[in-house]
Design a protein. Structure first.
Length: 317
């Protein structure tokens, strides 16, 4: 019987990834995360691991052009965790056609360029993608249309890049964000648990880093902060009923905060629209639901502060 599970994570391993590991063609789990490995990612080695479910390389010092990595060679891959390395180039080839991928974390690398140029704008896969994090890279240009359509997406983090352009008028292609009381389990079709319940994702909220354990049935975050996005904020945010956190801060959004939008999100816990160019009054409906953090600072808002529920400063008797 050939080796199926290889976990060398959380050690002090150094050097490069040995090419001989490519001979382990029956691997299901390949975890080298949290070490001190260096050198170019051995693409040809990875392409041999056609049965792989989980690939975790996070928090090493690996480099190389990630767009030479063809995900179509790993048709069963559910998890690709490449966070905290020095990968360059664009996104992996074959990404938008991949049928099984659930978790993709490429934050804190050196990815650069336009996503529209690195992969096709046409999407035929990603129907199972739940988590997509590409924060703290150097990606630029407009956010491509395919990113607004993975129907199972729970967490989208594109923060701290150089994206320009506008958000689309309709965001309802992210159909899982529109749902409430969603209980689907992404692992029900698999007899082998590839470790999704043990995945952790780092996110930054209000300049504080949080480590989120990946909970399959929780809609968490829409974060495009710290970019150069402009235009008006789409009113269609009001259709994304599953959202718990929205961060649009440190961009160039202008116009009014849409009435009848964020106030409809009854599960929303964090809303950050700070450091934009928003004008007009604060919508009254922002005061009608429970929220733990609301930041509208450093805009050009005017008019009265809403005085119902959370914003009520009077002591009515």
């Amino acid at each position: 019987m050939q080796l199926a599970y290889l976990d060398f994570s959380q050690n002090n391993l150094t050097g490069e990834i040995p090419p001989a590991l490519g001979a382990l063609t029956e691997l299901w789990v390949f975890d080298l995360s949290n070490n001190n490995l260096r050198g170019i990612l051995p693409i040809s080695l990875l392409h041999n691991l056609a049965h792989l479910y989980t690939l975790r390389l996070s928090q090493n010092h690996l480099n190389g052009k990630l767009d030479s990595f063809d995900l179509s060679k790993l048709p069963s891959l559910l998890i690709f965790d490449g966070y905290g390395n020095n990968f360059e180039g664009g996104l992996p080839a074959g990404l938008t056609e991949h049928q099984e991928l659930v978790f993709l974390d490429l934050q804190e690398n050196q990815l650069a360029g336009s996503l529209g140029n690195s992969i096709t704008s046409h999407i035929t896969g990603l129907s199972k993608l739940r988590v997509l994090s590409m924060s703290y890279n150097q990606l630029n240009g407009g956010i491509p249309a395919w990113l607004w359509h993975p129907p199972s997406l729970q967490l989208l983090d594109l923060s701290n890049n150089h994206f320009t352009g506008h958000l689309p008028a309709s965001l309802t292609g992210l159909s899982y964000f529109c749902m409430t009381n969603q209980t689907n389990d992404v692992l029900t079709d698999h007899t082998f648990d590839p470790g999704l319940d043990n995945i952790e994702l780092q996110v930054v909220i209000k300049n504080r880093k949080f480590i989120l354990s990946y909970v399959q049935n929780t809609r968490i975050l829409f974060d495009v902060s710290m970019n150069m996005l402009g235009g008006e904020i789409p009113k269609s945010f009001g259709e994304l009923q599953g959202l718990r956190g929205v961060n649009l801060s440190h961009n160039r959004f202008n116009g009014a905060i849409p009435e009848g939008s964020f106030g409809r999100l009854k599960d929303l816990d964090v809303l950050d629209l700070s450091h934009n160019q928003l004008t007009g009054e604060i919508p009254q409906d922002l005061a009608t639901f429970d929220i733990s953090s609301l930041d509208l600072s450093s805009n050009q808002l005017q008019g009265p502060i809403p005085t119902r529920n959370n914003f009520n400063t009077r002591n009515d008797k």
